[in-house]
Design a protein. Sequence first.
Length: 488
Amino acid sequence: MVGRHIFFYFFAMGIPSIINFGAIIIYTRMLIPEEYGKYALILVFVRLFGNILFQWLRMSLYRYFPSYQGPDRKYLMSTAFFLFVTMSAVTTSLYVIGIFLLFPAGLHLSIWILGLFLILSQEWFEINLGILRHKLLPKTFGVLSFSRAVLSLSIGSLLVLNGFGPQGIIIGVLVGTAIPSLFITFREWRGIHLTYVRWDLIKSLLVYGLPLSGTFALGFIIYGTDRLFIQFYLGESNVGLYAVSYDLVNQGLFVLLNIINAASYPIILREYESKGEEEAKKQMEKTFISLFFISIGSTLGIILLSTNISYVLLGKEYRETAALLLPIIAPAVLLNALKQYYTDIPFKLKKKSYKQLLPVFIGGISNILLNIWWIPIWGVYGAAFASLAAYIITFIISASYAYRLIKIPFPIREIGKTSIAGIFMWAFLFPLLHLKGFLPLVLQIFTGAGIYLIASIVFNIGGMRSAIRDRILKFQKKENLSHLSKSL
């Protein structure tokens, strides 16, 4: 079941991600680093408010979603909508205060105002996408994600070409998010009413979700403060150089792993609720093997091909810095994804979200101290190394805490086989690394992916060879039966 859902979500999330990936390529040719830096800075605050004030609500809604079936679901949906409206009012108040405090930071007032609307529209859209994911509706999920990506890029590019600068990108994302949100709102929120709001459910959602706000706030420290420190020490132009490299890896690697999470976590949760911990652990092991397989191949590919990736995909002003940043950022993004999509699962299943706070707190404080220490010495590369170190610390502590709640599987044999497949990939790619250009990049990608896949089949990673053999035997059996029926 997990494999089939991964397949569906690959198209549902993969195609919009490719479009968003293309947006980075386009915008680095349309905006100078300083302009991209302004766009990146406003996104820091959009993510800060979204993570702290809304993501707890999303996670709480998803956690209780399987428990409210049939007629009872109207109570959960009505309560969640009430909380969203409440948090929107709180967000608006805090954001206005933030504008007056931070407006002298160099960002135009229009960007700040657009940022507020972007927070509310994106968080509403993400809540609805999560509902579709937990209802196991990847097709609808994919159509809406695709619509948002196409509209955002089309409108944003048109506005940038007409002189709107970074504001044009934000308007594009805002409009591109709002339009599909209208469709999903009418579909998923019919029947809600204030009389269905349950105060005991509000308490349950708050008890589960509020500790997550602390976790997300601390997680933001690792994600966002590097850009703020770069802006303080080095200026907005360097923020743009750094953010482009980070965004490129996020769209390429983090989204791939998010596809696996989108497909697998609802199934893990359902298995845990209906059949217990042992059955959930079986699904978790399958999830880990898929995550590790994709992450090792992708991360190694980004590290090895960083120079040519930067040369082909990015604008001229961004290439040199990105070629050196990508090999540092890729493993940092990998560790962050493995933490969010694997080692955080026991905290969610056991409803012990408060236990996530300490690992992220230690990682966040480490990131701040290392940024202050390393950015003045190594510039944007110091910020990248600080993020990598912080994610290493956070992942190790989080994994140890998670293991105390549920003995999450770490299949050593599969880890070893996957690592060996990665070594084969490196060996075959090494002679091609000096090549530069679009066609050489295509050759490098297909060579690396092909060797990695062949090695994975040979080593039977995750039962891959066995699954292919079974499919062939099943097909042959059907063919034989078909020939037999025709002869009769």
